[in-house]
Design a protein around this ligand. Structure first.
Ligand SMILES: Nc1ncnc2c1ncn2[C@@H]1O[C@H](COP(=O)(O)OP(=O)(O)OP(=O)(O)O)[C@@H](O)[C@H]1O
Ligand SMILES: [Mg+2]
Length: 470
């Protein structure tokens, strides 16, 4: 395991003579010395003070200690003292002098061999003892050092692991935070969607009610206006002829008596006062505008009804090319002045569908395409099929739809048209009808270039039984 030098300091292995030579051992030696023939035995600290001040420490020892404090000899020294010979042996451990072993001999001038042998034995014992204790202490200190270092290393490793897992938890917390935000946003959107759906459901109910209420009076208003248009035509022709006749009779001098002259003058008075010329000219456009308005209301009511109660029709097999042509004829007036219509039809197998509803899909898409063309442009209607679907594409060279708005165009009531021109229900109705046919609708658009809506309608579809009911 790698160690860091700045954090691990070596274990302090300094120990004194006391640690290496236990006083009780020295005491035993001191007691054993005289019987062995040695004058005395004592141990001094490096500064000359006796290790055991109370035992075996005579005058000689103290004198030597004093000298020692001044001279500090590094090697074994044999000295003659007034009381005999003294051997002073430095006790060295790990190159340090830890103290001195003092051995005294009898003061008879010679050192007897037996005493020397005893001295050597004591010396060897002392050295062995010091080495043993030294090794013991060194081992203990090493074990201690290892334990400390090991514990430190373990701690370091644990700290590193903790740091790692803390980082992991911090990352986890951050990603949890992100996830919570994402989920909150999802819930918010779902809630918004739900609220929107609820709003739409109540708007749908309201729309259905309004559509129903408007539908009946609109029925007779439309029928009456159409009859009125017819009658007005007749009346205009009749009044114009009458006026011509009166002018002719007047020129021929037929109104000479008082009564006819008065009637003629009254007639002329009304004619000029009411500006009959203008009325006769204004009646046809007024009626035609009203018929257009009634038609617009009819379409809005129809859209509202479809929005509220989609699909009240039975399934049939239809040739979509024929239905497309029918729809093109219906919207003819919208297309006539500014649109060049191009058709690229492939023969289609019969498609199982609610034909009237698909007519409405085509009409809505064609009207949108025409309304997107401001000046002059082209609408191209293409049909084709594969083994499972009929494909109808309606492309225009109109204004196009901004990218950011593409997501909104199928929303009910989304419109960019001026008030009175669009309700914003057309594409929503289209979407719902296509969905009911289990088909799909896609749109590609480029601002300033044009838009293409592509429908894919399954040729056959298995419907739940109730869907076949009107
Ligand atoms: N072919 C198209 N080219 C450009 N914009 C289109 C086209 N078709 C639809 N749009 C855009 O989508 C909007 C929604 O169309 P949608 O048919 O639903 O409603 P609308 O045409 O505005 O009103 P209406 O209910 O009378 O159809 C339109 O207002 C228009 O901005
Ligand atoms: Mg529309």
């Amino acid at each position: 395991m790698e160690r860091s030098h700045e954090t691990i300091t070596p274990f302090d292995r300094e120990y004194s003579l006391r640690d290496l030579l236990p006083p009780e051992v020295v005491l035993t030696w001191a007691r054993a010395a005289p019987p062995l023939g040695l004058g005395h035995l004592s141990v001094l600290m490096p500064d000359g003070t006796p290790l055991l001040p109370d035992a075996g420490c005579g005058e000689v020892t103290r004198a030597i200690g004093k000298r020692l404090a001044e001279t500090r000899p590094g090697t074994r020294a044999l000295k003659e003292t007034p009381k005999g010979w003294v051997i002073l042996t430095p006790l060295i451990h790990e190159l340090d002098i830890l103290g001195y072993l003092v051995l005294g001999f009898n003061p008879d001038g010679n050192i007897p061999t037996d005493e020397l042998t005893a001295a050597e034995t004591i010396l060897a014992t002392a050295i062995t003892q010091i080495m043993k204790s030294g090794c013991g202490l060194a081992m203990a200190s090493r074990v201690h050092g290892e334990v400390v270092e090991d514990t430190f290393a373990n701690l370091k490793e644990k700290a590193a692991q903790l740091a790692k897992s803390e980082k992991k938890y911090r990352l986890l917390a951050a990603s949890l935070d992100k996830e919570v935000k994402r989920k909150t946003e999802e819930i918010r959107q779902a809630q918004e969607h739900l609220m929107q759906q609820e709003k739409m459901a109540s708007i749908g109910q309201l729309a259905a009610g309004v559509a129903h209420e408007i539908n009946n009076p609109m029925g007779f208003i439309t029928s009456n206006i159409n009859s009125l248009d017819e009658y007005a035509g007749e009346l205009i022709r009749f009044v114009t002829l009458q006026r011509d006749l009166i002018d002719e009779a007047h020129r021929a001098g037929l109104f000479t008596d008082d009564k006819t002259a008065r009637l003629l003058s009254e007639l002329r008075h009304i004619d000029e006062g009411a500006d009959i010329d203008f009325i006769l000219k204004d009646i046809p456009p007024l009626l035609s505008e009203s018929i257009d308005g009634a038609e617009r209301i009819r379409k809005i009511v129809q859209d509202l009804k479809d929005f509220a109660h989609p699909g009240e029709e039975t399934l049939c097999l239809a040739d979509l090319n024929t239905n497309l042509d029918k729809s093109i004829n219906i919207v003819g007036s919208e297309l006539k002045y500014k649109v060049t219509l191009e058709k690229d039809y492939r023969p289609l197998p019969p498609v199982q569908c609610y034909a009237r509803q698909l007519d409405q899909v085509f009409i809505n898409l064609l009207v949108n395409a025409a309304q997107a063309i401001t000046d002059k442009g082209t609408i191209t209607v293409t049909t084709s099929h594969d083994s499972t679907h009929a494909v109808v594409a309606i492309a225009d060279t109109g204004t196009g739809i901004p990218k950011g708005k593409l997501k909104k165009i199928f929303d009910p009531f989304y419109t960019t048209k001026p008030v009175g021109k669009g309700t914003g229900l057309g594409l929503n109705v289209v979407y719902n009808i296509v969905k009911r046919h289990r088909g799909s609708i896609s749109v590609k658009s480029e601002e300033g270039k044009g838009t293409t809506f592509t429908l894919r309608l399954p040729l056959h579809r298995a419907l739940p039984a109730e869907e076949n009911e009107p």
